[in-house]
Design a protein around this ligand. Structure first.
Ligand code: ATP
Length: 386
């Protein structure tokens, strides 16, 4: 009797233990679920905040009236007298700083870090440039001149100090389109391992109307923080043209940009690691103030390639393509009258397309002739159109 009672008790005890283990398991599962739900709530809350978060206007402080009052420039260029939030440190409320403003009250809500301008990312060459000097054809003399101005002061500053001459700051490359001005600037940046910022004059004025002077300031600021740096200003005639006394508001915008450029060129006296290379097809329209030594120290003509130049350029571009049979360079060059470097590169591309159409994976002399004919016809058509 007592034994049966004991067995019964044991069974009950076992059941109770099993129940407890099961409950423990359930509790741990629930706890895991609780953690998971907690995380989910945090994510949802963040998403909710992001949706609710309002945007700000980006502006610039032009003048400090008092610790709380500032004259600011809004994105469209209008000036406003605004106040600032108390949380912003007084020391950071400086003229020229970029700010985030409330969309309705225009109150300054935040200061934006100086190096945060997204524009710089769009003009900075991010892919590593790999343009060797030997990939430039027919411009040996010009390349030597350019390297003297840019490379020499960078690696042999003492020479300039010994003689007592000022280190050149900028170069102007001028000449017809497609002759290799950009290519030279890029190869220089690659060879001296410099950052390469490329902007076109027309692009700055068109896209950033009311802001272009600030953009020029940002570019030089970035360059100073990222030496060595080459600033390549293409189509400089768009902002560096001769100034007229009475102009439209667009002209005034261009003039403001140009004044800022002159200001910046005068301002980085002590820095030898920033070089400005400007390029234009219209040197005749440039303002003499920009051309004076101390701003642009050397003007280098990049002409249309001569016979030897064309041959070199053709050889450079053909070396990247599969060819078969002898290539008659003399005849090809004599046919490509008035062709610039870009046209010669185009001959190779077109010849490649002709070969593809004939289901070949290599080009022959006749493809090059057909390509020249095609490019020549295209050029004539454009000429006759005007
Ligand atoms: P633009 O004045 O219109 O801006 P550009 O003078 O800057 O023209 P590039 O952009 O440097 O001309 O040249 C266009 C392309 O033509 C180059 O990427 C290169 O492939 C080819 N090219 C031009 N000139 C040369 C050259 N001297 N040697 C080798 N390739 C050249």
């Amino acid at each position: 009797m007592a034994k049966a009672k004991f067995v019964n008790f044991l069974e009950k005890f076992e059941k109770a233990i099993k129940k407890k283990v099961l409950l423990k398991k359930k509790i741990s599962v629930n706890e895991n679920n609780k953690e998971y739900l907690k995380k989910k709530i945090i994510i949802k809350k963040r998403k909710n905040m992001q949706i609710k978060d309002i945007g700000f206007l980006i502006g610039e402080i032009l003048m400090k009236i008092s610790f709380k009052r500032f004259i600011v420039k809004a994105p469209i260029g209008t000036l406003y007298l605004v106040s600032t939030q108390n949380l912003i440190p007084k020391t950071s409320r400086k003229e020229g700083s970029r700010i985030a403003m409330d969309t309705s009250t225009l109150c300054i809500m935040r200061m934006i870090k100086k190096n945060a301008d997204p524009f710089i990312n769009t003009i900075l060459e991010k892919n590593p440039l790999t343009v060797f000097y030997i990939e430039i054809g027919g411009l040996e003399k010009q390349l030597i001149q350019l390297r003297e101005i840019v490379e020499l002061p960078l690696f042999n500053k003492e020479i300039f100090d010994k003689i007592g001459i000022k280190i050149p700051k900028g170069v102007l490359l001028y000449g017809p389109p497609g002759t290799g001005k950009t290519l030279m600037a890029k190869s220089l940046a690659f060879n001296i391992k410099a950052k390469f910022l490329k902007i076109t004059g027309s692009g700055v004025v068109d896209k950033y109307i009311g802001e272009s002077a600030r953009i020029i300031r940002e570019i030089f600021y970035f360059a100073k923080k990222n030496i060595p740096c080459i600033i390549f200003l293409d189509e400089i005639d768009a902002i560096g043209g001769k100034r007229l006394s009475d102009g439209t508001s667009a002209d005034r915008e261009i003039q403001r940009t140009m004044m800022e450029l002159l200001n910046q060129l005068d301002g980085y006296e002590e820095l030898i690691d920033i070089k400005t290379i400007m390029a234009t097809n219209r040197p005749d329209v440039l303002d003499p103030a920009l051309l004076r030594p101390g701003r642009i120290d050397k003007k280098i003509l990049i002409p249309l390639p001569d016979f030897k130049g064309k041959q070199e350029i053709l050889k450079i571009h053909l070396s990247r393509i599969k060819t078969k049979g002898d290539i008659n360079f003399e005849k090809l060059i004599s046919l490509s009258k008035n062709f610039n470097g870009a046209d010669i590169r185009n001959i190779c591309t077109e010849a490649g397309l002709f070969a593809l159409r004939k289901k070949r994976t290599f080009i022959v002399n006749s493809d090059l002739y057909s390509a020249i004919q095609k490019i020549f016809k295209g050029k004539e058509r454009i000429k006759n159109f005007f």
